[in-house]
Design a protein around this ligand. Sequence first.
Ligand code: PGA
Ligand code: MG
Length: 227
Amino acid sequence: MPALPPFDRPLRAALFDLDGTLVDTLGDFVAALDAMLADLGRAPVPAATVETLIGQGSEHLIRGVLAATGPAEAVAALEAPAWAAYQGHYRRLNGRRARIYPGAAAALGRAQAAGLQLACVTNKPAEFAEALLRHCGLRAPFALVCGGDTHPRKKPDPLPLQASCAALGVAPAEALMVGDSSNDVRAARAAGCPVVLLSHGYNHGEPAQAAGADAVLDHFDQLWPTA
Ligand SMILES: O=C(O)COP(=O)(O)O
Ligand SMILES: [Mg+2]
């Protein structure tokens, strides 16, 4: 089993992305978006299209789905009602079709046992991230949850990572970002955090190996392995 690459400084924290990293939420997104589209009188969107749009926050997702299911010139006018409908449906459906990736909970436990402080740094709105983590029984290991609306800018901006590191009292070089997409890599590079990706996630339709992370892992067992 490949070990983690050596990092510049010993790790004191780990920042975990949520969608596509800890939890497979594609089914939740598709269900909420299809309910939103039905409210707007539109046909459902293929899951494969949704998968390429996850990871850059709900606004990006909704704009992309509106553009994929109707005329481009209608997107701006529909954004506000679509967002209101989506929020209501997502709040109702959050977690119902979600699946924790194999080994995720155990990896969080090993990270804690290794003395690392943990934060969840996601572009999902904080309310939905908190509720999903509780639903999945994954909230307790995290000292903080930083959502896409917690700060004025979201990933790939470094701000959520920098602010989370400051709140945990660690330097970015001491905090490993664990994500699934190039968005996580860009944010980590800009913040100065080392970064590894799990290949089971979404990465905007591209292979995770193309995203420029320090390592790409196929399974959580490769993070802080015990043997
Ligand atoms: O786009 C989203 O809401 C999901 O974002 P995440 O991959 O940062 O958790
Ligand atoms: Mg993700």
